[in-house]
Write a protein that binds this ligand. Structure first.
Ligand SMILES: [Mg+2]
Length: 180
């Protein structure tokens, strides 16, 4: 119950990356499904490609990490011009993400993890002591079975969060990131 994002936003477009960079973040490790695009889409939109160009122009290295398979993450990563990706990340377990970050010689304090799920994306960030940003799930209707299981865990997590960190819980509701 000690894992909290440093920021919460409705979409990735609402994040101030210039400020993050000024704070010392240099590497973005971003979830794919329902953070950047819904499951129902396979290619990034024009807006998303422009977003990726923008963060790279600021100076960020952009990496994707996803529980989805290589055949989904690879084409998306290529079109987006990402610096690399990790498929089958096996979140919420941190082992593969940790190994990946070591392979790309990332200093953990320079990394920011972005994702739409507390119990996978934010959990991995917490285990690795990496700062994280939570965004709203783009389309909850398009989730896969394993994500639905994680959503049940998330419900329990949010119940606890309301007690332990009421101000964060309130912010999540205000921003309509959660609806419970
Ligand atoms: Mg996701």
């Amino acid at each position: 119950m000690k894992y909290f994002p440093i920021e919460v936003h409705k979409t990735i477009f609402d994040i101030n990356f210039t400020r993050l960079y000024a704070k010392g973040k240099k590497i973005i490790l971003c979830d794919l499904d329902n953070t950047l695009i819904p499951y129902s889409e396979s290619m990034p939109s024009k807006e998303l490609i422009e977003w990726a160009d923008r963060v790279k122009a600021i100076g960020f290295k952009l990496y994707l990490f996803s529980n989805n398979k290589d055949t989904r993450v690879l084409p998306f990563s290529l079109v987006l011009g990402a610096d690399g990706y990790l498929a089958n990340a096996f979140k919420p377990f941190m082992r593969r993400t940790k190994k990946f970050l070591k392979q790309i010689h990332a200093s953990f304090s320079e990394v920011v993890i972005i994702g739409d799920q507390f119990v996978t994306d934010i959990m991995v960030a917490k285990c690795l002591r990496i700062d994280s940003i939570l965004v709203k799930t783009i389309d909850p209707k398009t989730q896969k079975w394993y994500t639905k299981i994680n959503r049940l865990r998330e419900k329990r997590y949010l119940k606890k969060l309301a007690k332990v960190r009421p101000e964060l819980y309130k912010l999540l509701k205000e921003k309509e990131i959660i609806h419970e």
